[in-house]
Design a protein around this ligand. Structure first.
Ligand code: CA
Length: 229
């Protein structure tokens, strides 16, 4: 499934280049021309990844990165920084701020896409097309198919995304607000019971192969997907 990638870059030509390449690679790219605008956009909906220019008018890329990392809601958003200078000090400062990777301008589209793919795989596996299999439950994002013990299971698009997120983050408890952010991408507009409605539907769909047992309700906390044993 396509990743939603926010590109924060003030130079129109470079932004166009980055956005076009991300779209050609099958992602959904959003544009911000300043860190201030990017903060507004992140507040409204969490992207799967941010590609961030270092030198921006107003708030710098470094300060934007610090703010993302300082807020519990956004601290895990994967971040790739762009810089015009191959300066070792910049690179260190960027990585210390919590950037997951670093690209020096000029970079090739192939290099950009390879880095994006690697960071998504490591930090946002729900935004990749990699097949996930846990305790006999298999989800293939590329063909949009879920099977339980080899038998196909029918899931609606939202339930599919919810299951994909839970399977790629097995073992961790997620609060309803976090799931709205991660799966729906716009928690401000939705009520938390929306999550309960979809969990119920998902369990019903997985019950055909008995895999509803892998989804656990954690009282007062949220939901957790766990492998057997
Ligand atoms: Ca710039």
């Amino acid at each position: 499934m396509p990743a939603t990638i926010l590109v924060v870059e003030d130079e129109p030509a470079i932004q166009e280049l980055v956005v076009c390449n991300l779209e050609l690679a099958g992602h959904r790219a959003l544009r911000a021309h300043s860190a201030e605008q990017a903060l507004e956009m992140v507040r409204a909906a969490l992207p799967d990844l941010v590609v961030l220019d270092w030198m921006l008018p107003g708030m710098s890329g470094l300060e934007f990165a610090r703010r993302l990392r300082a807020d519990r809601r956004t601290q895990r958003v994967p971040l790739i920084m762009l810089t015009a200078r191959a300066d070792e000090q910049d690179k260190l400062a960027g990585l210390e701020t919590g950037a997951d990777d670093y690209l020096t301008k000029p970079f090739s589209p192939r290099e950009l896409n390879a880095r994006v793919k690697a960071v998504l795989r490591r930090r946002a596996p729900q935004a990749t097309d990699d097949t996930v299999e846990i305790s006999g439950l298999k989800l293939d994002p590329a063909s949009y198919a879920v099977t339980g013990g080899g038998a196909p299971l029918a899931l609606g698009p939202t339930d599919f995304r919810l299951l994909h997120f839970l399977m790629t983050h097995a073992g961790r408890v997620y609060a309803r607000a976090e799931l709205l952010d991660q799966v729906w991408g716009e928690r401000a507009l939705l009520e938390e019971r929306t999550v309960d409605v979809h969990i119920r539907r998902l369990r019903k769909a997985l019950a055909r192969s008995g895999h509803d047992r892998l989804i656990h309700t954690v009282r007062g906390a949220g939901y957790r997907f766990s492998a057997d044993g």
